[in-house]
Ligand binder design. Structure first.
Ligand SMILES: Cc1cc2nc3c(=O)[nH]c(=O)nc-3n(C[C@H](O)[C@H](O)[C@H](O)COP(=O)(O)O)c2cc1C
Ligand SMILES: [Fe+2]
Ligand SMILES: [Fe+2]
Length: 402
């Protein structure tokens, strides 16, 4: 019954949109849904590239059967074994018992480990080519983008790179599939959030993958989440390239926690200081009201980061502590940092935030501000000064970088 969208001759989009899942990996909120992309190649042999989350397995099978019109499915190419893609493998094996599962050694181990299914498999090596007839598929192992078995598949005839999660983003595909059919603004935003939260720790494997793929003359990117990149493929690669080098745009993110308003007033004042010194954009996040996935995304995006916290049980405001753990575990590099806080009897927040910056090897400005109880004039002025100092360091290092 399905009219599947055609990407090029012989290649059809058979993926699905998930508008039901609340949090991706049960961690990251899906404000705009997510797509699980799978692609069917019809040649002398037929091949499916990746599958979808098991909740959509029957729809995937229907879509495939609509296109096959009675033919058998010969190959399943596995680029990535995370269950949002591998979830339907067992179901496919039931519908297509002759299916040959194609993957690298680590992927095939995982097929066994996750799904315990037997049957025909084809273990491929790095850069090996599999012929479907007119289409030759070449496999490029790209480990740790973001799992150890990840690889990409290149269709040499159509110059399509099936890239797995790389170059992917959150956001369901509303009506269209190819980038030129869609309003792209929200996908670019969702690419930052996807990268920062899902791939972010693996900057150096992403860099290796981009370098490895450099000689491959792909003209279309079919990733496993988000639009098919055709006209905007270079922009998608550039964003991943910059993010994986921790290269950021000019601008400052202020993140603060506050129970009763002192630290919040300090955040407002620091923001004013930045703006007075010419910084734009200045983005202020109340850590209690904004999801950490959004804050993390902005920290990947912008070069300046300022944090404010009240002292809470001799430590940091708990939500800020969580954010810091996420930043530490991803090893975010090369940020300009400043911090402030407030306390009522014995301050610890500024000390803890300074230690965090030191541990991250981030450049921290000299000025810090820590107020006792309500914000008073002297420290108000120092908050403005903190903003000015961060601005100067940003402007200074920007000139040096250029
Ligand atoms: C649950 C709780 C724990 C706190 N723990 C400490 C503490 O360990 N040391 C301290 O000096 N102040 C502590 N405070 C006081 C706050 O740090 C102080 O009042 C601060 O100015 C609050 O900032 P805010 O107005 O931005 O919430 C605590 C306050 C609360 C409500
Ligand atoms: Fe994944
Ligand atoms: Fe994925």
């Amino acid at each position: 019954m399905f009219h599947n969208r055609q990407i090029t001759q012989d290649i059809y989009y058979v993926g699905v949109n998930d508008r039901q899942k609340v949090k991706f990996e049960n961690l990251v909120p899906l404000y705009n849904g997510v797509s699980y992309n799978a692609y069917l190649v019809l040649d002398e042999k037929t091949a499916l590239i990746d599958t979808v989350d098991i909740h959509f397995g029957e729809i995937l099978v229907d879509k495939i059967q609509s296109q096959l019109q009675g033919r058998d499915l010969d190959y399943l190419i596995i680029n990535h074994m995370e269950p949002d893609h591998s979830g339907s493998i067992r179901l496919l094996r039931k519908y297509f018992p002759n299916l040959v599962i194609v993957g690298n050694e680590r992927a095939l181990d995982m097929v066994e480990g996750f799904y315990g299914i037997g049957g025909a498999t084809l273990k491929i090596q790095d850069e090996q080519i599999l012929s479907l007839g007119r289409h030759q598929l070449q496999f490029f192992l790209t480990p740790m983008v973001h799992w150890p078995e990840t690889m990409m598949t290149y269709d040499m005839k159509e110059k399509i790179l099936f890239s797995g999660d790389a170059f992917g983003c959150f956001g369901s595909l509303d009506g269209g599939v190819i980038d030129t059919e869609l309003e792209l603004d929200r996908y670019w935003e969702e690419m930052y959030r996807y990268y920062a939260n899902i791939i972010g720790k693996y900057g150096s494997p992403v860099q290796k993958a981009i370098k490895k793929l450099a000689p491959v003359p792909f003209e279309i990117i079919c990733s496993t989440h988000g639009p098919v990149w055709k006209a905007y493929r270079q922009k998608a690669v550039d964003i991943y390239d910059r993010l994986s080098r921790f290269e950021a745009e000019e601008g400052v993110v202020i993140v603060y926690g506050s129970m009763y308003g002192t630290t919040e007033l300090m955040a407002e004042t620091v923001a004013q200081g930045l703006s007075e010194a010419g910084i734009k954009p200045v983005i202020v996040h109340n850590v209690s009201n904004q999801d950490l996935s959004v804050i993390l995304s902005d920290i990947y995006k912008y070069r300046g980061c300022i944090m404010g916290s009240p002292t809470y049980n001799n430590g940091l405001f708990p939500e800020l502590e969580d954010l810091i753990k996420k930043i530490e575990s991803r090893g975010v590099k090369n940020r300009i940092f400043g911090c402030f806080g407030s306390y009522s009897w014995s301050g610890a927040a500024v000390k803890n935030l300074s230690e965090f910056a030191h541990h991250m090897s981030w450049k921290m400005v000299e000025q810090t501000v820590e107020e006792k109880q309500g914000l008073k004039k002297d420290n108000y002025e120092l908050c403005l000064k903190l903003g000015h100092q961060v601005a100067s360091l940003l402007i200074d290092t920007q000139q040096k970088n250029n």
